[in-house]
Design a protein around this ligand. Structure first.
Ligand code: NAD
Length: 479
């Protein structure tokens, strides 16, 4: 893989785009690579290539087991090239090398998991009440998939789309985010090396309004798998009014972490810190609202503030660094403005709340904790996508559940308690697609991932997710 040579990957070839743009290193603020920006004609070429490949014998006649082996090979190639991919993701997004290196191991596992699943997708024989008829259901690939991802965790967010789509026999146009597309554009070389026939996987990047819109509205696209912000999701849904593509959405969150007085506060604090400050808070499942029982609020705040101040901010490529910069200057400005508005609205700053003096350049922001009276304060209400923890106290379970569920989102949640019966009560009542008990942020290819409410539609990962890339054909035979 060559680090600075980024091209679109369309129909099995590395090609120039209609335009280019510069990608900025978030740690230094310097432009470091020239990226291709796919225009409407590039997108159309990619979709047409995927559409041709869908029914081309080189792909359509592969058995499910053979498709699975290609996916497993891609997983293996990703594992072999993990160091290089992780370094590229760190360079282009500012996510620290410790995190990108750890995540890339998971990414390889996701491809291997879906590779293994390819030939476990079964149709059904149906016992119809007609003596002279046989009926059965075939599962066929749904068609051309448009996969659109945001900049955070691009390799992972692509894996949960490409994996099931290819296992099911679909073909894909994957759109990397214009903010930090390097790792996915580099992965195209591994897709090529794995031996997928031309047009089966196309990897492009470009701006939302032209590249994203053309792709998700394209008449030859049958399926849209989108991850991003809720307002972009509304555009995507409007785009799919054109092609009526089957659409799944993985969106944002304002995930609550409930801490009860019987929890072990020190280990809970470690999980809370990792839950909000990993990836500098730029994670859809960030545990950004800490709901803590009033009797332990002050003790918890003191432990958290001390741990937050000890977080080593620094160069994301340095293995000793524990928190890096935000991915974009836009993101930093948004966080600064929201924290200021929250303090003006009555939130008390416990720690952080500014750019670190040690890192005046780059998009750095200190780990920040704000004590809020309720969910109404901007930092407790809005998804910030930054290293800002909003803390709210509650008196009893009833109030904890009411505060937790008082959001339009519903992606993840956490419960910290020594009581198993209380944990079960919370699990039943929390309005969220994921509940972590006495842990936070665990993921696996085997476990479905997705949200309630404005956090999305559909689920990724897990064995069932492959069905969303198929359509059924009902067959009747007179015997
Ligand atoms: P974003 O919504 O701005 O962009 C996501 C993608 O959509 C990008 O590739 C962008 O180019 C594309 N896009 C923009 N406009 C478009 C349009 N009109 N039509 C089609 N595509 C368009 O998201 P972001 O700011 O890059 O990422 C942050 C958001 O992603 C947060 O809200 C975060 O919670 C969410 N997210 C969710 C998950 C999840 O799995 N639930 C995971 C990671 C991030």
């Amino acid at each position: 893989m060559s680090t600075h040579d980024f091209k679109l990957y369309i129909d099995g070839a590395f090609v120039e785009a209609g335009a280019t743009f510069e990608s900025t290193d978030p740690a230094s603020g310097e432009a470091w690579a020239r990226m291709p920006a796919a225009d409407a004609a590039d997108v159309d070429r990619a979709v047409r290539a995927a559409h041709r490949a869908l029914n081309d014998s080189a792909w359509a006649e592969l058995t499910a087991t053979q498709r699975g082996k290609l996916l497993t090979r891609l997983g293996d190639l990703i594992a072999t090239n993990a160091a290089e991919l992780a370094a590229l993701e760190t360079r282009d997004t500012g996510k620290i090398i410790r995190e990108t290196s750890a995540q890339i191991g998971y990414v390889a596992e996701y491809y291997r998991y879906f590779g293994g699943l390819a030939d476990k997708l079964e149709g059904a024989h149906l016992p119809v009440d007609k003596a002279d008829m046989e009926a059965y259901v075939r599962r066929e690939p749904i068609g051309v998939v448009a996969a659109v991802v945001p900049w955070n965790s691009q390799l992972m967010l692509a894996a949960v789309k490409l994996g099931p789509a290819l296992a099911a026999g679909c073909t894909v146009v994957l759109k990397a985010s214009e903010d930090g597309p390097a790792p996915l554009l580099a992965m195209a070389r591994l897709v090529h090396e794995a031996g997928f026939p031309p047009g089966v996987v196309n990897i492009i990047t470009g701006f939302g309004e032209e590249c994203g819109r053309t792709l998700t509205a394209h008449p030859l696209v049958a399926r849209v798998a989108f991850t991003g912000g809720p307002s972009t999701a509304r555009h995507v849904v409007r785009n799919t009014a054109e092609n009526l593509a089957y659409t799944t959405l993985e969106l944002g969150g304002k995930s609550p972490v409930l801490v009860f007085e019987d929890a072990d506060l020190d280990s809970t604090a470690n999980a809370v810190i990792a839950g909000i400050f990993a990836a500098s808070g730029q994670s859809c499942v960030a545990g950004s609202r800490l709901l803590v029982q009033r009797s332990v609020r002050d003790r918890m705040l003191a432990i958290l503030a001390e741990k937050a101040r000890l977080i080593r901010i620094g160069n994301p490529q340095d293995r000793a660094t524990e928190m890096g910069p935000l991915a974009t200057g836009r993101q930093l400005a948004h966080i600064e403005a929201t924290v200021a508005a929250s303090i003006a609205a009555g939130a008390r700053l416990v720690t952080g709340g500014r750019r670190p003096e040690s890192h005046p350049t780059g998009n750095y922001y200190e780990p920040t904790i704000l004590l809020c009276a309720g969910n109404e304060v901007p930092c407790a209400a809005e998804e910030l996508f930054g290293p800002v923890l909003s803390v709210i106290a509650f008196d009893d379970e009833e109030e904890a559940v009411a505060l937790a569920n008082d959001t339009a989102f519903g992606l993840a949640s956490g419960v910290f308690t020594a009581s198993l019966t209380r944990a079960h009560r919370m699990i039943r009542r929390l309005h969220a697609g994921i509940v972590w008990v006495n842990t936070y942020r665990a993921v696996s290819p085997i476990v479905p991932f997705g949200g309630y409410g404005q956090s999305g539609l559909g689920r990724e990962a897990g064995a069932e997710s492959i069905r969303d890339y198929t359509r059924t054909k009902s067959v009747w035979i007179r015997t």
